[in-house]
Design a protein around this ligand. Sequence first.
Ligand code: NI
Length: 266
Amino acid sequence: MTAQVTELFKNIWDNYLEVTPSAEKIHNILGSGSDVINDHVAYRTFNHEKVNIEKLSQHLIALGYKECGEYHFEAKKLYAKHFEHENTELPKVFISQLLTEEFSEEAQAIMNKVVDAIDPALVATPEFLFSGKTWDISYEEYKTLLAESEYAAWLSAWGYRANHFTVSINHLANYTDIVAVNDSLKDSGFELNASGGEVKGNEEVKLEQSSTIADKHAVEFSDQTVEIPSCFYEFAKRYPLDCGNLYTGFVAASADKIFESTNAAA
Ligand code: NI
């Protein structure tokens, strides 16, 4: 089963690199290769029953993953769950879904059009997790969504692919401190997401996180091709619980700010 999980994440990673070339450069800055372990991979979806968290997570559960925590993001109108594998070297998976009914009729019509165009046979296969955009959406429709939800716009433009991967700082050979990681990235010219401060969380909540600002990559909309924010890279340092095991959950207040890594620069 581990070989199948490794194969799945290799496909998800290759699909992510296609639109996030900075991720490979960051690997080379932070580690020598084998010490770069991913803490988690994150997905975005709609709460529509055709493509909701259950539909994405079925492919992880089939490979031995278990549902672990749930999270609410009221301002962004999101709900999320995270999944873990008993092999702690395999990435956790964080899947959020947009509460589509909380948006305008106009936005809902665009989101429904997107969901309607998705082939249920594709959703039923693990390939769905790296299938990208399999529908048509115009740049106008993208901008209509963007005015209400950056999340909805990103998902409609990029489709089903990792929104980000996350380096586990705990596993890096040359770093133990998130500020040192951030400094190395900035010295190499990468821009970090400063929303809520560059470091989200602290030892008290058992998790520190930072992230780059998303790369920009061209999207073929139905009417024109436009460069928009694609995916980003996150960095996480986990602290031990009283029992000695590392904390494995997520911190909603920090994740709330990490979502903003795909916002277009002001
Ligand atoms: Ni994350």
